[in-house]
Design a protein around this ligand. Structure first.
Ligand code: COA
Length: 373
């Protein structure tokens, strides 16, 4: 058995940014157009008028101030309201692979590893741009990595579940150097015309390098334990899939082909699940809450994270104990906790312990206990 360690991480951040004010301006223009186009039906009570969104609500309800996206123009055009992403030919890299290359290169540079030393690539994300061949295999080829590669999807917990899969393979000796990459184009599965959720997501790609601790070239984090859990729920759901075209005529509803959630229920049901998951994992691993230097939590909602931090630590966390990045990135699905880890781990010293924890659709919860070596 080998001791797995995270030896590098990297983040690809799209250059285009949408602030809450820009988002709300566009949504309200869309709502006004909709209302004037359907004025008669609205007056007759047949169609419900669209209410305006507000930056103040978004900030108060979520803590999100802006999001990065792969295509700002399409998202903000009231006539379009979704990203316009060029269809690539089969001969050129896909958009997820392109994002992945940037994040993987940064992570490998930090680990001091050449791409041809990698013998496992896992592309773990909430959505994949095609069914097959796997995005991970495309990334493996573009990197010039060896071994094997596969895609996996556990929605917002894709990254932590991917880390567990890679860490287990390193522990057993079946792979020696793994990259887990998370290209999350959340703008493509968000319904930007739905006021209840149009502010939630952003785009990003994260990558982590895992190796045997004995192979580490520099500063690294021992993966001391991982734990994954799932419990079925329809409260976060996206019905898009390969059987879409097989539905009888007239039964395809575009809305359910995008992200849908019952946000209040998610809030209420997921919080206790996450708190007991982290607390149980810590207790079973002999790690006290007081031993934790940092929590790198899933980035969906600030109130949610504040609550989890308070319950797990038994007190209000200090600002640097539970760093949030969602104010800058919004919810980036499985990548959120990895962005937090990547941006807030350099200051940790040998012996410092922390936990990466994701939670989301499924429901799914994944926690990864780390110790700075
Ligand atoms: N602008 C202004 N008002 C809005 C609005 C917007 N964009 N969206 C909703 N509102 C209104 C609602 O219509 C509602 O009005 P009402 O009280 O008159 O009915 C009110 O604001 C409260 O809406 P609600 O949806 O209950 O807000 P909330 O406080 O639950 O916050 C979320 C919404 C989505 C931010 C919150 O529920 C959440 O973060 N849940 C967990 C999400 C999560 O983790 N999901 C995982 C995704 S991977």
């Amino acid at each position: 058995m080998y001791q797995p360690a995270i030896t590098g991480s990297g983040v690809f951040t799209p250059t285009q940014v949408i602030t809450n004010d820009e988002l709300v301006l566009s949504f309200n223009a869309y709502a006004d157009r909709f209302n004037s186009q359907h004025a008669e039906a609205i007056a007759a009570g047949e169609v419900q008028a669209k209410a305006h969104s507000s930056s103040e609500f978004i900030m108060n309800a979520s803590g999100i101030m802006q999001r990065h996206v792969m295509d700002k123009d399409g998202v903000l055009d009231p006539e379009v309201m979704h990203p316009l992403l060029r269809q690539r030919t089969d001969d050129e890299p896909g958009i997820m692979a392109e994002m992945a290359m940037d994040a993987c290169s940064k992570a490998l540079a930090q680990a001091g590893r050449a791409p041809d030393e990698v013998d496992l690539v896992i592309c773990a994300a909430s959505n994949h741009e095609r069914a097959y061949p796997a995005i991970a295999i495309e990334v493996q080829q573009l990197l010039g990595a060896g071994g094997f590669a596969f895609d996996m999807n556990v929605a917002c917990s894709s990254a932590t579940f991917g880390l567990q899969a890679a860490a287990d393979m390193i522990r057993s000796g079946s792979v020696r150097c793994a990259v887990v990459v998370n290209p999350e184009i959340c703008s493509g599965h968000l319904e930007w015309r739905d006021r209840d959720c149009h502010f939630i997501f952003g785009d990003v790609c994260t990558a982590t390098v895992l190796e045997r601790a004995e192979d580490a070239q520099g500063a690294h984090f021992l993966v001391t334990s991982t734990r994954c859990a799932t419990q079925f729920s329809n409260n976060i759901r996206n019905n898009n899939g390969f059987l879409r075209r097989s539905r009888p005529a007239g039964t395809v509803d575009r809305r359910d082909m995008q992200f849908m959630q019952n946000g209040r229920k998610v809030f209420k049901e997921v919080l206790p699940l996450v708190v007991s998951h982290i607390s149980g994992h810590l207790a079973d691993s002999g790690v006290g809450a007081d031993d934790l230097r940092r929590l790198w939590l899933h980035q969906a909602n600030k109130t949610m994270n504040d609550f989890i931090g308070r319950k797990v630590l038994g007190r209000v966390p200090e600002a640097d104990e539970q760093p949030n990045i969602l104010q800058d990135y919004a919810n980036t699905s499985s990548a959120g906790s990895i962005i937090a880890f990547s941006q807030y781990s350099d200051d940790m010293v040998p012996g410092d312990k922390g936990v990466i924890c994701s939670f989301g659709a499924g429901y799914s919860v994944g926690s990864v206990l780390l110790e700075r070596a």
